[in-house]
Design a protein around this ligand. Structure first.
Ligand code: SF4
Ligand code: SF4
Length: 70
C-alpha cells in the first residue's frame, strides 16, 4: 500500500496520478502536490513509486500507512 508522498520532494508533475490504475492519487493542481484520495483502493502495484522522477512516493508491503503519514 502507498505509504507516503513527500511534499517537499513532490514537484507536482502528475506522473503518479496518471500511473495509478486505481485512481488512488490525485494531483492538487493549485498546490502542485500529489495527494492520496482513496487509500483503501491501493493494490500495492508500485506504479506510482516507479513513475515518480523525484523519489517522493513510497509504497510498502504494509496494509496501512504509518501513523502520521497522512
Ligand atoms: S501502488 Fe499502485 S494502486 Fe497504489 S497508489 Fe500506487 S499506483 Fe496506485
Ligand atoms: S510523480 Fe512524484 S513529483 Fe510528480 S506529482 Fe507524483 S509525487 Fe509529485
Amino acid at each position: 500500500m502507498i505509504q507516503n508522498i513527500d511534499e517537499d520532494l513532490c514537484s507536482g508533475c502528475g506522473r503518479c496520478e496518471s500511473a495509478c490504475p486505481m485512481d488512488v492519487i490525485y494531483l492538487d493542481r493549485e498546490a502542485k502536490k500529489a495527494r492520496v484520495a482513496y487509500l483503501s483502493d491501493c493494490m500495492t502495484c508500485y506504479s506510482c513509486e516507479l513513475a515518480c522522477p523525484e523519489g517522493a512516493v513510497r509504497v510498502g508491503p504494509f496494509k496501512k500507512a504509518k501513523p502520521g503519514a497522512w
